[in-house]
Design a binder for this molecule. Sequence first.
Ligand SMILES: Cc1cc2nc3c(=O)[nH]c(=O)nc-3n(C[C@H](O)[C@H](O)[C@H](O)COP(=O)(O)OP(=O)(O)OC[C@H]3O[C@@H](n4cnc5c(N)ncnc54)[C@H](O)[C@@H]3O)c2cc1C
Length: 462
Amino acid sequence: MIFPDALGQLESELAEKFGADGLSRAPDVLAEFAADESHASPVSPQLVFRPASEEQVQCALTLCSRLKIPVTPAGARTGKSGGCVPAAGGLSLGMERMNRILEISPGDMTAVVEPGVITGKLMEEAEKQGLFYPPDPASLRECTIGGNIAENAGGPRAFKYGVTRDYVLGLRAVLMDGSVLVTGHRSIKGVAGYDLTGLFVGSEGTLGVVTQATLQLLPLPRAAAAALLTFRSLDDAADAVTAILLGGMLPRTLELMDDEAIRAVNGQDAEFPPNAAAALLVELDGNDEAELAKQLDELSCRLPAMNCAPASLEIARDDAARERLWQARRSVSRALKSQARFKVSEDIAVPRSRIPEAIRCIKAIGRENGLTSAVYGHAGDGNLHVNFLYGDSRLTPAAERAIDALMRRTLSLGGTITGEHGVGLTKRAFLPLEIDARGIALHRQLKAALDPQGLLNPGKIF
Ligand SMILES: Cc1cc2nc3c(=O)[nH]c(=O)nc-3n(C[C@H](O)[C@H](O)[C@H](O)COP(=O)(O)OP(=O)(O)OC[C@H]3O[C@@H](n4cnc5c(N)ncnc54)[C@H](O)[C@@H]3O)c2cc1C
């Protein structure tokens, strides 16, 4: 229980030190911080504080510890597992004012950023210097680097370039006692001590509040092209994924959309042929146009040779045409949301060879529970976004049954309950199916070592 006096004291001490600027109890602001983009039930914080510096974060956490007030960090609140929903109320710490790119170093190929930097902004600034920040969640125009680090976000390019964890060299994070933990290094290599940076990446804001990150950049590929392939069946599309991979090609993305996903965006962000039952968006990159042309030729020849010829193939060579194809893929999530009154969105991942079986299971689970199912996502790394759409109430028993069956089937195929969105609130009940009691006990010990009172983002993961 949080005592009103304690909250009043927190508010007045923060206001006294830093002014009232970053503080709010306005109902519309509290409502904004109550939810993210998941189906987790909203919970309102009692107070929102938007720190402008690491010192302000230190002060807020020290006060919360002293006054025993739960505190939940939030980035852009685009999360899909309820990670920034303040499940126990208390203080929401909105990190958006700490949004400076402190340095981009072409020599070291690194960037040093504050956590509130929008991911797409970092990409643009890096590109201006001929550099490349690969992790590209589809929400990149809104989400923050802090949120990406906390969720270990992936994206379409993860297939070739890896996920956020592969690009975080070091961190500064404020712990609940107000101290600053500095982890990692600026060099590309470094193995001194336990991998504390790795521990924080994917910790869903439960161990400390990230206030600065040193990120690795790559040279910007000089040429890129995208191809949108449609198929008359989902099985043909799944076979095409296998054919591309077995042929030794390494596209930077290999994105799948089923008929429901296509229907949701058709005519708005893209025009698909009428018989399209599935689509693959394949993006290739390379050092020059000649290398790219060779890869595109191979793509066009390989699929017919492997008996999975696409029904249509559209190639986009320039940036504007590529962006148009991507817009269709990026808008699937929101387009599906506008189609049904409610949807649940899961992000299972399975070993690549099990993708066709996983898709068949998903469709069967949808049918058995009377729900429309849509599947899209990162076929290259087996990470499938599964949406069950429904109309009548916030989470129907049928949707609950479908999610339960999906998680169990996914694990039986050797997969995981979440490929990139995190456990948060929405998948907490399923974690014990994937991690055994010893593993969960170790999670609890690690959490207690850094946050003994359990005040930082309580109720998440386990
Ligand atoms: C349309 C759409 C498409 C998406 N596509 C993808 C995708 O392709 N790949 C993918 O991985 N995800 C995707 N997501 C999910 C989401 O965008 C990511 O999880 C993203 O990393 C969340 O960032 P955020 O800034 O919105 O964080 P929030 O949602 O605000 O918070 C997420 C978590 O980060 C913690 N947190 C935030 N800042 C800090 C900090 N400074 N220190 C410690 N903890 C912190 C929060 O407590 C919470 O646990 C998508 C979401 C949407 C709506």
